[in-house]
Design a protein around this ligand. Sequence first.
Ligand code: GLN
Length: 240
Amino acid sequence: MVVGVLALQGSFNEHIAALKRLGVKGVEIRKPDQLQNVSSLIIPGGESTTMARLAEYHNLFPALREFVKMGKPVWGTCAGLIFLANKAVGQKLGGQELVGGLDCTVHRNFFGSQIQSFEAELSVPALASQEGGPETFRGVFIRAPAVLDVGPDVDVLADYPVPSNKVLYSSSTVEIQEENAMPEKKVIVAVRQGNLLGTAFHPELTADTRCFLCRHSYFLKMMSEVGEGTSSGGKGTSSG
Ligand code: GLN
């Protein structure tokens, strides 16, 4: 089994190392024709504007969109999640090109800047059912995005309460609301839509091997469910 890892920028080496620990070969993808050699893809975290510029430079967007449309399994972590979203907000310097396909709106820097990065114990029921183990694992959030809304075909795998000391951004205007204005509000941090998986956090960076393996094995399991894809993915079949 060979998994492609978009290797323009960001934590692609960490993803390849994680796959290696699972006995899976990860290959670096930098050019459009290299996508023909793989049947699944991980888009790593990093900095999505930089990644988009590099993807544009290498003329990767059409091939990435085609890959997604063919229903091949694609997992975006953090900046990779932003790449996969149909819409991104919270961009100070205007828009950036997205691959799209994942029917959701993402706020690029919802949880703040580098110094506001954090780790948190998340509840992910899909992990318990997929792995037969506990459903909690530690999410590493680095300048992390959040999913603000999802379309009907998107399954929410994990959410996280908006911390009371954080401001909340509305999806359409990015206007800052009062602290604690919506104390019960949760934002979505992991989603799946058929062949597409998105996580706002970095499972490839955690020292918790169990979580690490769980996240990756969720993707590997998803790959076997989805196969090599033939068409644009609909709602994912969640097995158990
Ligand atoms: N918020 C970052 C961006 O806009 C992503 C951060 C990450 O991938 N760790 O690209």
